[in-house]
Design a protein around this ligand. Sequence first.
Ligand code: 3HC
Length: 693
Amino acid sequence: MTAINAVTELTTQGDIGILTLNSPPVNALSANVRDGIYEGIKAAVADPAIRAIVLICEGRTFIAGADISEFGGAQKGASLFEAQSMIEDSPKPVIAAIHGTALGGGLEVALTCHYRIAVPSARCGLPEVNLGLLPGAGGTQRLPRIVGAQRALEMVTSGQHVPAEECHRMGLVDEMAKEGNLKADAIAFAEKIVGEHRPLKKVRDLNDKVEADRKHPEIFADFRKANARKFRGFKAPEYNIQCVEAAVNLPFDEGMQVERKLFMELLTGPQSAAQRYAFFAERLANKIPDVPDDTPVRKIAKVGIIGAGTMGGGIAMNFLNAGIPVTIVEVQQEALDRGLKVVRGNYERSAKNGRFTMDEVDKRMGLLSPALSQDALADCDLVIEAVFERMDVKKEIFTNLDRICKPGAILATNTSALNIDEIGDVTSRPQDVIGLHFFSPANVMRLLEIVRTAKTAPDVIATSMKLAKTIGKVAVLVGVAPGFVGNRMLFQRGREAQKLLMEGAMPWDVDRVLYDFGFPMGPFAMSDLAGLDIGWVKETSKGETIRDQLCELDRRGQKTGAGYYDYDENRNAKPSPVTEKIVKDFVAKSGANPRAISDEEILERTLYAMVNEGAKILEEKKAIRASDIDVVWLNGYGWPIYRGGPMHWADSIGLDKVLAKLKEFEATMGDVWTPSPLLEKLVAEGKGFKDLK
Ligand code: 3HC
């Protein structure tokens, strides 16, 4: 055994050299790993006893990519290209042995190997696009040479992790290993290659696929057209496409130059900076200073849900999808039946779309037990209450749960507004009470706000955070405050959007600015989608707001074919003369003089109000860190990821500029614009939200 460096060793078995990388957690291509590959292959090539080399990784995965945390810093040690050339130019065959994930630079290293073997559970992909990048180590040039332009385009612009069996079918993986037997199978494969005198297969020299694609230049135009909506606002997908186009149309080395140039442009641009920030922000959100990683967690083998409405049903699906049995409780048989029917309908739709089989639908529904009494929740490890927002009702439920549930059960509420401290205090076990705020549709939206009360126990928090991961949610821990983090900031945006109408803007003006900023839709289109009548009561409505008047005209949003906008039969929105008149009448009645409002003002009014509220949330310690607020907005409210979230965005503008604007607004519009003292302090110290510890 030869230790090449701290993370790499070279061993031999017979005439096969085994170069093993061991750099936890994910064998990312840090300087040590690059050096280890470079020096290790060099040593194996120099050793006359070695006839082929297996490149394999210890730990949970093959190389998961470049070390993202090194981006932007000065490079140390061998470059990735040098390490790759050492492999590709090796006179002895190099075989990549893949388990876990071969991602980004990891797959690009594997693509310079002469052969690839993988276990069935492995997955390969080029996910750089999700970091606002493109594969910058030859991935865009080598991948199309194996899988063709169409599949390469799909892979590099989606970043999908492709299962090993599928990679095998596409030729990306040459040989399948038995699960759990990778090393032995890779060595046997290497011996076979040596025994059969197979050639050194260099992907860079494969040309038949790209030559065939060259005759179909329409592939690229068609792909751009088909995905225009999905790629809107993002720079990286288009650059990825240009690289694949170069792979098809140019000789390998020229294609590599195109890749390098476009990669560097993305790497040094603001979109990738924001997307890399978001990657780490999402992972940082799991770290809770007063709940260490080794906090014991409670076992959650059975979940109870109270309420089989849209929210309760959606929440239940998360657990059923993860194979966790759910008991769902309603008061009336009819409501229970309706709830179950909706859940089944959702699953059947997925099955029809080919997401899974009809058997799977039955399997998931088989885990769902309906009940008409909360007594059925006695043996649940976690109960989530998802009924309508009335404190007296919730208090009654929690009093009951306290009596019914077994000791140690976690009692959660899905409230988005009410004080959970108060709810916890009606039980004899407030330490077991927590908020689990799902976002609608709860089976789709990735965000979960986990709300701790003053008394929630650390292991209840740790269990909830872990459970979120199990059900595929992105969790952010927040404190009790009206609207918690997300809705509290949304309220500020909504307030300014409404005020802008009273000053001369139309709903579609506000929406257009926010849509162009990168949101999937603006606040008024969002209200139309959600239904304008949420919280509106016909009997007591007095036409006092624009919303009231729209609802009174039965313009209750998309579902009635009209709201702020008019909708055609395909739900396409059109500015509405009816709404325009209502808005104008309101403005006239208020005595205000409507004025032309610039796009810049619309953006600043709606988004700076959120930034200021975010600063107040931090000041009140209702969020642990600024990046947690960004994670909430990126995953729950459609903030464009290439702008990093409201707090990152404010930092990128410069907090001094934001503060100056807030003060200007405060002077003309009063107290709601008073800057948060934290913002003032950061500006005085020349700092940003990113500098907060
Ligand atoms: N660089 C640096 N750190 C990384 C990393 C990377 N490429 N990938 C993961 N990590 C870190 C995470 O930050 C996390 O650190 P923490 O424990 O301190 O929070 C730790 O590794 C474990 O990561 P996850 O919590 O995400 O673990 P999972 O098991 O859930 O997922 C994974 C593993 C699928 C590998 C996931 O981490 C992932 O998708 N990583 C990013 C993969 C990627 O984007 N690769 C491309 C990089 S860019 C590139 O290669 C450029 C090249 O073309 C030149």
